[in-house]
Design a protein around this ligand. Structure first.
Ligand code: HEM
Length: 109
């Protein structure tokens, strides 16, 4: 019985390590990332169905299009989209953004 527990523990730990590596590799910044000014980000705020939705957080620009339900007009977090939301995301939600979405650019001041 103890052995099964041990095997399960090893399996869970192995899974966690692969999971972490997978998400970490997604956030490794490639060279030549596109840069955005605050002004350029504005149109990617979920109000145009033909454009992706972007959020800037800690200097990185994330493509949050797959979370459209959160960021479209009338969505609960529409106000976070198309801008630098670092201050708000440090209060809540920043961790989710980092693991769920891909960095596609950098914010320049
Ligand atoms: C400072 C206020 C808050 C900010 C900035 C914030 C931001 C966020 C963000 C960015 C996400 C990730 C959305 C995504 O998956 O793209 C999220 C998820 C979520 N938030 Fe908030 N949030 C705030 C307060 C709240 C409050 C007060 C509640 C509940 C009453 C709440 C409930 C949720 C829920 C249920 C999710 C979904 C979690 C999941 O997908 O598992 N949030 N939040």
């Amino acid at each position: 019985m103890k052995k099964i527990g041990l095997i399960l523990l090893v399996l869970i730990l192995t899974f966690n390590i692969f999971f972490l590596i997978f998400f970490k590799s997604k956030s490794v910044l490639p060279e030549n990332l596109k840069t955005f000014t605050t002004e350029e980000l504005k149109k990617y705020n979920g109000s145009n169905d033909n454009l992706p939705i972007y959020i800037a957080y800690n200097g990185n620009v994330y493509d949050v299009s797959k979370g459209k339900e959160f960021y479209k007009i009338g969505g609960p977090y529409h106000d976070l989209a198309g801008k630098d939301s670092t201050t708000e995301l440090n209060l809540a939600g920043g961790g989710i953004i980092k693991v769920k979405y891909t960095i596609i650019g950098r914010l320049v001041k």
